[in-house]
Structures are given as structure tokens and as C-alpha cells.
Ligand binder design. Sequence first.
Ligand code: PLP
Length: 405
Amino acid sequence: MKDLSKLREDFPVLSRRRNGKPLIYFDNAATTLKPRQVIDAVKSYYENCSANVHRGVYELSQEATDLYEDSRSRIADFIGCKSNELVFVRNTTEGINLVAYGIKWIPGDEVISTVMEHHSNMIPWQIASKRFGVELKYAGVKQDGQLDLDELEQLVTDRTRLIAVCHVSNVLGTINDVKRIARIAHDHGALLLVDAAQSVPHMPINVKELDCDFLAFSGHKLLGPTGIGCLYIREGVEEELEPPFGGGEMISHVELYSYRLNDMPWRFEPGTPNIAGAIGLATAVDYLKSIGMESIREHEKQLTARAIEILKELDGIEVYGPTDPEKRCGLVAFNLKGVSGELIAALLDEFENIAVRSGFHCAQPLHKVFGAQSSVRASFYLYNTLDELEVFKRGLERIKNELGK
Ligand code: PLP
């Protein structure tokens, strides 16, 4: 990454200090910091435009519509799809729920998910199972943190309607072989949904290369505002869905007892959308593009490799997920034997002003597989540095000393 210190100046929150110590923000898998450019874009919409979209012929409204639709096409380009394949939603969770509630299920249809999923890619299928009679099955994860693809393949039958997997695990960091899973799904006439909450922010993504049918991600995890996310729906696949929510914008013609659906993507965007959020997200995407997703991936690989090295050097620490940085993304979950994750996170905060996450990171069943109640997770992004990792090391060493571990 070129000129990291200059890049860091774009993020106002990074100037926070406590007791003279700068903030070290290692909770990027939960949400990321926002650069000034994104904050300014959101502010500019409210200051200079603020009108609703698709509703007026007057200048301000047309300007708002242009800003909103132009944002959509820039984001669509970022993941390699067409504008009409990109639906704005609130976040990954809503994108997945839209599919779970939208598919015209036939009782007995099967959904296959995996035990490494975030609850966002588990609960919607459990609800679909209760409501629509869908049968839910899970593929397991191996001790090295890799998805058991052979098991997944064996679970598929002619009744399988959908396979729903994360691209990157938010606990193990594992990067799943989505292309292979797409082949497995399509060979059996099933659809593939990818939870890309932890991949779109961190690596180059092209939905056509991945060959998935749905892909969901959240804006706030890639420098964008909260409350805006995207669901890619492959052209033609929309016919498998009935919009789960109705109202304005999603229809092209209405009678008292009937309606005609609007074209894609608006048929899945009822009501007034998050206009400022879409504009902010497109600005975030432009920011990431200007740095280059390949460079960001390389930078995070370096950080992850060093983080794993540090954790391995310290006695009594268990690291979860693949050890090869090529096979994982920029986050590391770990535990120190006999010490709760919450205590480690609190002490890292107190000693070194380091923000890490503790708990089960919305992946309770996965923690059970590894026999852990919870874990500590350090997750990195483009503005993190190797120097920050040395402070992290110092913090962990002090914790071990003070706790006699
Ligand atoms: N899926 C994964 C893999 C995640 O890591 C997260 C958030 O941490 C989500 C889904 C849910 O994202 P959101 O809360 O933005 O909907």
C-alpha cells in the first residue's frame, strides 16, 4: 500500500487518542471507519439536494434520482454486474432475508447451508423451514477451518433449491471455493446464494466469475454508511422470487385488487430508499477502487501473516482457521487458555487503546464445533499498519504477565 500515513489522514476517527495512545481499530469485521470523502458525500446530498427519488419532474428530484441511480451503476460495476441486477437493501442480513422470504418455495424444497455461517445466513433459513416447510441441512467444517466440500456435495439432492454459503467466514477467515460450490449447485439445478459481507470489502469480486445467483453485502463494512447494502440477483433469477414487501416504487400499475410488478431492480425496493446511504456507498466504492482491491488484499495478507506469527509465538494461545494467509482473509480469532475473551478485549482496550471484538461474533454453532464459548477477534483493513500489530503484541504480553499466564 502506497503512502499509508497519508491515507490514514482521510479517516477522522483515527485521530482519537486516549491517555496519549492513538486508537488502534481492529474491529473492521464488525464495521469499518468512514473516510472524509464518504462523510462529505452524504452531507452534500442533504445540504444541496435532499429531494426524494423517482417521484418528481422538478430539478431537485431529478438530481436526486440521477445521484441514486448513478451510485447503483458504480457499485454494480465494482462487483461486475449490471445495474438492473443490483438491489439496494439495508445490509447483508436484509439481502439474505429478501431471498428467504421471496423464493416461491414448494414444501419439501431443501436448503443447504454450512456450520461456519454468521447467524444472518442461518436464521432466515430456519424461519423459511418453519414457515414454508423447507428442509434445512448443514455441511460441516474441518478442524483446519476449511469447509467440508465433499460433505456439502453429498448433501445435495434433486430437491435442493438453494445452497447458501459465506464467501469468507467472519470467525475463521476461511475463503470458500465459491466457484466450485456454484458448479455443485448448478449441476443439480439449485441456486447459489453467497454471503459476501466479509469478502466484497477485502478482495476483488466479480459475481459473473463466481457464477453465483445471489450475493449480499453491507456498505458499512466497506467504508460506507450504515443502513445501506446490496443484493445482487442474477438476471432472470428474479422470476423465482415474489417480492416479500409491497408498496410504492415496486409496482408499475395498480388496480384495487391487482398490481403489476415494476422492472428490476425496483420491484424489490418498496418505499423511499436510503438515498444518502447509496450515494455514500458509491463514494466508498470509488475510494476503494482508487487504491485498488488487489493492493488492499495484499496489504491485509501481510497484516494477517504477522498477526498469526505474533499469536503463535505467545504460549497458550489458540488461533482458529487456516494458517496459510492465501487461504484466509484479514481477520484472526483466538483464545488465551483459561482467560475469557471479554477480559482480553477489555484489557487490550485499557492498556493500549486497541479495539477488538470478543464473544461469538454471531456464529454460536461454529464456536461449539471448536469447543469454544467465545473468542477474541482482531480484524484488519486498509488503514491498519504493521506497527499497530507490534503494539497489539505488547498488549498481549502485558496481559499474559499480569494474569500470570
Ligand atoms: N454475514 C457475515 C459473514 C458477517 O460477518 C456479517 C456481519 O458481521 C453479516 C453477515 C451481517 O451483516 P449486517 O449486520 O451488516 O447485516
